[in-house]
Design a protein around this ligand. Structure first.
Ligand code: NAD
Ligand code: DAU
Length: 354
């Protein structure tokens, strides 16, 4: 079996759902259930004996030691993190605690467990760390995309905390020999994406007649990947990645934020036209920019393609249609995540009028 951390969140829950659909191998899911962790994401797995959920912190040494002892997983996949850049600007402390100290404690538990294994189990064991393209910093309009050898230059407390964890993971391979793998992926979108992030925020705000906030001039560029493609990349790296290596994961799909929002609005015009017949893009509102906002990210994903044969299945056009449709089909999920705590965040970030 495998231990997956943070799998009540956006990508982790998609990963576990896909994993269990495609393999008979059981999963222990360790998640603290912060505001971003949502057991509802996993409700279709209720009654499935292959999924064991444990509420807890990756930084809790005693708990993680016990889980490793009880379940003897052949691999650990670490999704658990504080993941929202804007929240890291308002309050970096939790990001250091989970992403840096938490990852360190998790690695310490894994080191103790791995050291005690026999030679064959040691060689077969994997620790896969799920990271981000944001560790590489920002690009100019004509710069080449990030490769695995691009120097780290993180610009937000979030990306700095992720870069720190990536360095720790690397060091545990170099120093102790633990067979680690790291993936650095671009922006994901898809089902179960918490509506603090751009795409789900725009979908839910549009449907609720609220402003669609665009930071600064909206010309910041991101590379977008459908979440199921990220999950297949992680499965492939776990299966065939070379221990100690890092793999960039991306969709070859750079787009400016304003373009993304226009596309989402156009799909909503098609699927669920406004009652007054006007286009949703009338709700677009330019707001104050994010401090230290990275201008452009772009991923060179040739290594994972040439060495491991992975490439994305969805185009942005097919993935975003599925995503918008999923939000239209799941109003209860949206209503439940827009709880009191969510409203407090929206008030803090966008002001009382939002
Ligand atoms: P998310 O915020 O939706 O989910 C994070 C999950 O981790 C939640 O379920 C939360 O409860 C859990 N968690 C937080 N702190 C924890 C702790 N101390 N112990 C145990 N569980 C804890 O995040 P996501 O978007 O699903 O991202 C998952 C991972 O992928 C993160 O490491 C993130 O840096 C990385 N990543 C995300 C993206 C993206 O576009 N969302 C892209 C590249 C990489
Ligand atoms: O690149 C990978 C990263 O992608 C992950 O590591 C992060 O966990 C994930 O949150 C995401 O980070 P971003 O900051 O790129 O995602 P976000 O959805 O917050 O913002 C996407 C872009 O949209 C970014 O340029 C900021 C802008 N934006 C965002 C919000 C929430 C807006 O213009 N308005 C908004 O209201």
């Amino acid at each position: 079996m495998i231990l997956v951390t943070g799998a009540a969140g956006f990508i982790g829950s998609n990963f576990v759902i896909d994993w269990l659909a495609q393999s008979g191998e059981a999963v222990v899911n360790l998640d603290k259930l912060t505001y971003a962790g949502n057991p509802e994401n996993l409700k279709n797995l209720q009654g499935d004996a292959r999924h064991v959920f444990v509420q807890g912190d990756i930084g809790d040494r005693a708990l993680v030691d016990q889980l490793l002892k009880d379940h003897a997983p052949r691999a650990v996949v670490n999704f658990a993190a504080e993941s929202h850049v804007d929240r890291s600007i308002h309050g970096p402390g939790e990001f250091i605690q989970t992403n840096v100290v938490g990852t360190f404690n998790l690695l310490e538990s894994v080191r103790a467990h791995w050291t005690a294994l026999g030679d064959a189990d040691k060689a077969a064991f994997r620790f896969l760390h799920v990271s981000t393209d944001e560790v590489y910093g920002t690009l100019g309009p004509d710069d080449a995309p990030f490769t695995e050898t691009t120097p780290f230059a993180p610009n937000s407390p979030y990306s700095a905390s992720k870069a720190s964890s990536d360095h720790l993971v690397r060091a545990y391979h170099h120093t102790y020999g633990i067979p680690v793998l790291t993936t650095n992926c671009s922006n994901n979108y898809g089902p179960y994406h918490f509506p603090e992030k751009l795409i789900p925020l725009v979908i839910v705000n549009a449907l609720q007649g609220k402003p669609l906030p665009i930071y600064g001039d909206g010309q910041q560029v991101r590379d977008w990947l459908f979440v199921k493609d990220h999950c297949s990349a992680i499965r492939r790296v776990l299966e065939a990645g070379q221990p100690g290596e890092t793999y960039n994961v991306g969709g070859w799909n750079e787009m400016a934020n304003i373009e993304i929002v226009q596309k989402v609005c156009a799909l909503l015009d098609e699927f669920r036209p406004r009652a007054d017949g006007k286009p949703y893009n009338e709700q677009i509102t330019y707001v104050k920019d994010r401090p230290g906002h990275d201008r452009r990210y772009a991923i060179d994903a040739r290594k994972i393609h040439t060495e491991l044969g992975w490439k994305p299945v969805e185009t942005f056009e097919s993935g975003i249609r599925k995503t918008v449709q999923w939000y239209l089909d799941n109003p209860e999920w949206v209503a439940h995540v827009q709880s009191g705590a969510y409203r407090n965040w929206i008030g803090t970030q966008y002001g009382a009028a939002a």
